[in-house]
Design a protein around this ligand. Structure first.
Ligand code: CA
Length: 365
């Protein structure tokens, strides 16, 4: 198995390699398969506060898996933002080698490379399974490595939140005008679209959001979905919880220093890539399960919270402004255009199948 193939597939190939190796030779510490005389210690920085539900489970599980697979020879120490104090410094810390890898989100780095804003999720873009199909079988991984490779980095999917909610508001949104002057915590392209409607998007670390909303430093906050929003306490101070449009499939990110990855022995590379994909699927499943529980809890314990759709006119304007924004960026930035057009072509093909399969099925279930 070539390293290039592992990077491209994000590791379907890696599993095949491990399977073949296990058939040939029983792994043993000190034996031939595991890099016997190597002890490798990596550090991973997350963008999340300490003990952050669901988000932090992935990297911790990754560290456990890699340690077990390597017989204790390859260990990864996970540091939350509570320790390194730089939730939005993960990109630089991984690039400069302070940390070998990170657990974060690609769209936080749009200031480094505009195309990175497309690699978490796109407003009105692909859903979870369309996007995973694009990453692993539609050419998305090659493009992601091209975008991050420019900066000496590798990027891998790290778990998908699924459709996120549109956010917590302290006043009802009845028309596009209600966004004017609204201070809202929202990252990525969604925030830029809202800015075009006159809102003031703000990006704050997770640990500061509750207080900012409570003290009315901000008027609204989008975070994730019931899976984790309730642990933030927003339901205690905001009455309106809107359905989502801007993050239909937010993919978390394992960010890896490319040179450090290339220096790993091939078996450790494969272990890491296998563990990243396993924990991505695990996190995606956990997000769904926790959303089910979170929604039940919200309805039962906080009946005053109104779960609403944005009016049709608002959605139409959000969609129109999303297209204009993406077109402007595509005109100005060739790498952004390459990724966006690639995603668009895949989505146009994928949506036909989605409509015949998932969408139809949900209408009859
Ligand atoms: Ca979000």
């Amino acid at each position: 198995m070539q390293r290039r193939d592992i990077l491209r597939t994000g590791l379907t190939a890696g599993i095949a390699l491990l399977g073949a190796a296990c058939q040939q030779k029983r792994p043993s510490v000190g034996g031939g398969m595991i890099s016997a005389n190597r002890r490798i210690r990596w550090r991973l920085a997350t963008s999340w506060p300490p003990n952050f539900p669901v988000f932090e489970h992935g990297p911790r599980r990754l560290a456990e898996l890699v340690e077990k697979m390597s017989g204790g020879h390859f260990t990864i120490e996970v540091d939350s933002a509570g320790k390194h104090k730089a939730p939005f410094g993960v990109f630089d810390m991984v690039r400069n080698g302070t940390y070998e890898m990170g657990h974060t989100a690609a769209y936080y780095w749009k200031g480094k490379e505009l195309a990175m804003s497309l690699l978490t999720t796109v407003p009105f873009g692909m859903n979870v399974w369309e996007q995973y199909a694009w990453f692993f079988y539609g050419g998305g991984m090659e493009l992601m490595q091209k975008v991050f490779g420019k900066h000496g980095l590798l990027s891998f999917p790290a778990g998908n939140t699924g459709v996120q909610m549109g956010g917590w508001f302290r006043k009802e949104i009845r028309s596009v005008e209600d966004f004017r002057g609204l201070k809202i915590r929202v990252p990525g392209l969604g925030g830029e679209v809202l800015a075009r409607l006159g809102a003031e998007p703000i990006t704050l670390p997770a640990g500061e959001l509750y207080t900012a909303l409570e003290k009315r430093v901000i008027d609204a906050v989008e975070w994730v979905s019931p899976a984790v929003d309730l642990t933030m306490g927003f339901q205690e101070i905001a009455e309106y919880y809107y359905l989502g449009w801007h993050e239909p499939a937010a993919e978390l990110q394992y960010l890896v220093n490319k040179r450090r990855f290339e220096e790993l022995p091939p078996d450790f590379q494969t272990m890491l890539v296998v563990a990243m994909k396993e924990t991505a699927l695990d996190a995606t499943s956990e997000f769904f399960a926790r959303n089910v529980e979170g929604l039940e809890s919200l309805r039962m314990r906080y009946p005053q919270v109104k779960i609403l759709r944005f009016p049709d006119g608002v959605i139409a304007e959000l969609k129109r402004q999303t297209q204009l924004l993406l077109q402007e960026y595509a005109s100005a930035n060739p790498l952004f255009r390459e990724v966006w057009e690639h995603q668009q072509r895949f989505l146009e093909r994928a949506r036909r199948w989605t409509e015949l399969s998932e969408f139809y099925y949900l209408t009859i279930r």
